[in-house]
Each structure stands twice: as structure tokens, then as C-alpha cells.
Ligand binder design. Sequence first.
Ligand code: SF4
Ligand code: SF4
Ligand code: SF4
Length: 416
Amino acid sequence: MMNIFETAPGSAARAVYGELLTKKICRHSSLCIMKQQTINKKSALALPMANNFTDRARAVADTCVDCSICVKQCRFLTRHGSPRRLAQLFLDNPTNNLAFHCSLCRLCTAVCPKDVDPAALCMAQRCQVAHRQEEMQTRYRSLLAYEKWGSSSLLSSYALPEGCDTIFFPGCALPGSRPQRVLDVIDQLRRQIPNLGVVLDCCTKPSHDLGRLDYFQNMFSGLHGFLEEKGIRKVLVACPNCHRMFSEYGRLEVQTIYERLSAPHRAEGEACVTVHDPCGVRFATEIHSAARRLISETGLSVQEMKHHGPKTLCCGEGGAVGYLDRDLAQTWTELRRQEAQERPVITYCAGCSHFLGKRLTCHHLLDLVFAPQATLADRVRVSRSPLTYWQRWRLKKKIAALLAPHRPLSRREAQT
Ligand code: SF4
Ligand code: SF4
Ligand code: SF4
């Protein structure tokens, strides 16, 4: 195994995650949460980040040289100190709540010249306190309810036509906010993949990020196991968070729809936009390129913000920080607003689009691709909660009609 500490600053982390995403060999540092998982992946869906909290914290405390490179980039670390200090704090008090103020965005991991992974430390620390059920249920009630509805019999749906080995998995936020875009995507994908299946369910990343690993493992394994059993080999996702969950914990091939789609319409005139890469796919440069290709197919040009690609910033929604510290979450959004410099921002995460849209002009890439004129004129209708639940239920019915006569199953039916 090569010594990744000898490579150029920042490049090792990119190489490690890039390789993982393309399913090549593992050359992780001893601090990386992915190391054990890559090995376990061959046998079962594994959740290693809960293990060895103490070892991980000690390793960060020993390896971090307090150079402040990550601290200067991160609003959370600026307030609470370097990863080395945090590791010591967590070791002294493993049930400390501070890790819930970290966005889990991995910018620190991307910039660290010593290949320390502070995001993994915060994730492991979250797992130490997630068993405090009552506290979690009270603080994150609406988020957990949102997640639960996604997997409910009412909203989940497994539409798997005969001979189908590839599914489109739109996630939760996109079907609720933009059901028409889901139908547009299905229409274009079915021309490439006639037996395409469509699965409406939740990848349960909220529970994952809150450290509720038992719940996450149970739900994600159920979903993944059923797909494997039905002969599904490939998952096409719209949401960067789903991409991360399927890539890190699944055995199925995973790709974003942005790498498969083409833009059917061109925008009139010339306009310049900028791109917010969602932190869930921070290290997946092929997805960053696909998003920019689609934008250029609509005839628009892209001017990059200072932080983009592997060094992108969190939109503010990451790690559910806003439930605990709204001000801190908003400082991330404000940073994005400043870097955008009044240019329209295009992103490919419905969560980012919603969060950034509160402070700046932000459009979802799928709106731009399928309705460029209306999008640039800010005339696209985007549903907000609680209407989103009704939209998802209606979409489920429309997909059933589209894929008839194959009756889709709900999650409960699929797993009994
Ligand atoms: S994961 Fe993001 S928020 Fe957390 S410490 Fe790293 S850069 Fe800061
Ligand atoms: S985690 Fe890395 S970048 Fe951050 S202070 Fe420590 S050595 Fe420097
Ligand atoms: S909404 Fe997107 S950018 Fe924001 S934290 Fe989630 S994945 Fe990252």
C-alpha cells in the first residue's frame, strides 16, 4: 500500500474518495472511515463509523498538526477550535453535543495536508450520543417524521417491470418539490432503458447523519436487499445524498441521472450562471463535469465560484445543523451568497436548492434542463411542505399508471 501522506496537499483525499466511487482499490489512511467498510462491503452492508470511536479520536489528536488550514475554511471549526482540540474534547467527554454543530460536509477532509478526516471524527462522535432517544426525537422530530413518511406505505413504491435491472431512485425532496421533473427524467431515461424501474423510497440519510445507525442499517439494508433479490444491478439517483449512501454502503452500481441525461431545450439569449456542487458528492468529479456539460447544452456559460468541485461549501443544510444552531447554518448560506455575486446559482440537490433559495437566486439543474426559459425567468413552480407530501402521493399514482400493467409494491409489501 502506498503512503498517502507523501502525496501533494489535498490530493490524497481526492484520490481516495475518487477511487472509492469508481470502485477501484482502497488506499485509505488509518483514519479513514471508509477503510474497514471497503473490506466489509464484500460480505455485508457494514457501518464502520460507529466502531473505534476512541481509536479514531486518538488518531486525530495524534495526527493533526494544528496547522489551521481547515479551521480557516470552516465556520464550525472557527468557533470551536481545531480538529485536534475537538478530538481531545470528545475523548474527555464522549457524550458532548458539539459534533451536531458540524455540517459533516468534508471540506476539512478535502483540504487537510495530513489526511486527517475531521468529518469522520464528528460522525463517530454523533454515534456516541444518538442512543439518547428522547432527546433526538424531540430535537429532530420534523426531520425524522419526514424520513419516516418517505418509507411509508402511502408514499413508497417499487415499480419494477419484468426484465428490469436498472432503477431510477429520485429520493424524497425532488418528487415532493418537482414531481413533473421526475416524470421528465423517467420519459428520457425510458428511451435509453425500456425496462427502467422506478423506486420511491427514502435512503434514510437523515438517520445516518444523526448517528442513528441501527435504524439506518435496518432500513437501508431492507431496501438494498430487496433490490438485489429482484435482480437490480444499477441505481440511477437524482439526489447527491442518495448517491453517497448507495456508493458507500451498497453493492449495486450507482450513477447520477446527470451523467445520463441530455438537455432537450436551449435557453434564449446568453446568460452566465454559477454552480453550487452539493457536498454529498464533493469528491465525485465526474458528476461535477456532467452538471456543467448539461448547463452548456442549454446554451449558458458557467463562471465558477471560489469554492467549487471538491472544495465546495455546504449550503447550510448539512448535518441538520439548523435544528440546533440556526445562526451557524445561515453563515454557510451567507458565504454562498457572497461568492455567487448575484449570478444565478444552479445546483443539482433539491435540498441545496431549497436552502440556498432562501437567500439567493438558486435553480435546480433539472428545471434548467427541461424548462430553461421559465427557470431563468423564475417562473417554475416548486412545491413546499406540506404540499410536498400530496405531490409525492400523486406522483406515485402517475408512475403506477405509466408503468402499468406492472403493479408497484409499497415498501411494506415489498419486504413481506
Ligand atoms: S465537516 Fe464541514 S463543518 Fe464539519 S468540521 Fe469539516 S469543514 Fe467543518
Ligand atoms: S485537521 Fe489537517 S488541516 Fe486541519 S488543523 Fe489538523 S492538520 Fe491542519
Ligand atoms: S443539502 Fe446538499 S450541499 Fe447541503 S448539506 Fe445536503 S448534500 Fe450537502
